[in-house]
Design a protein around this ligand. Structure first.
Ligand code: SME
Length: 166
């Protein structure tokens, strides 16, 4: 499955490397969490084919609260004990779900969603939130997608610690 962006070339892993570079360039010099999450959600949503939701949930100390995203309006608060997002936040491990209908407790924000990938965002041992991608295609995300999107999520976490040098 190739990327929608015409500026990316090569096989899928190579395209993810380029997308991560674009993400790093986009966030360079800015550490505002909302600004960087908004731009990253837009970049990834428009680069990847067959995704219907790309965005962030942030941990407020108790639960996950929706942040910047692209896609249909989503549920606002998710407990750490529910859904794919809660599982990623709780376990701090990426959740790659081939068929959300088979995931106990999946929260259906958009009825069209069939598969999902959620990457936990951990900064210096602290839970920041999760980066969530939904697809209307069954089994949309493979291991290459997981590796590529974990790399992009790390670009976001790294950006939070960007220190103004001037
Ligand atoms: N499906 C997620 C909820 C968030 S939406 O997909 C945007 C879950 O089960 O945690």
């Amino acid at each position: 499955m190739s990327f929608a962006s015409e500026t990316l070339t090569g096989d899928k892993p190579a395209q993810y490397v380029q997308l991560a570079s674009q993400a790093a360039a986009l966030l360079d010099g800015e550490h505002d969490r909302t600004a960087n999450a908004a731009n990253l959600a837009a970049l990834v949503y428009h680069a990847l084919p067959h995704v219907n939701w790309v965005g962030f949930y942030f941990h407020d100390g108790h639960e996950l609260v929706v942040g910047p995203f692209q896609g249909r309006p989503a549920c606002v608060r998710i407990g750490l004990d529910t859904g794919v997002c809660g599982a990623a936040a709780r376990s701090r491990e990426t959740q790659r779900v081939a068929d959300v209908h088979r995931f106990p407790g999946h929260i259906a924000c958009d009825a069209a969603t069939r598969s999902e990938l959620v990457v936990p965002l951990v900064d210096d041992g602290g839970l920041v939130g999760v980066f969530d991608l939904d697809s209307p295609i069954l089994d949309r995300f493979d291991e290459q997608d997981q590796i590529g999107l974990e790399r992009i999520a790390q670009v976001f976490v790294d950006s939070l610690n960007w220190i103004r040098r001037d």
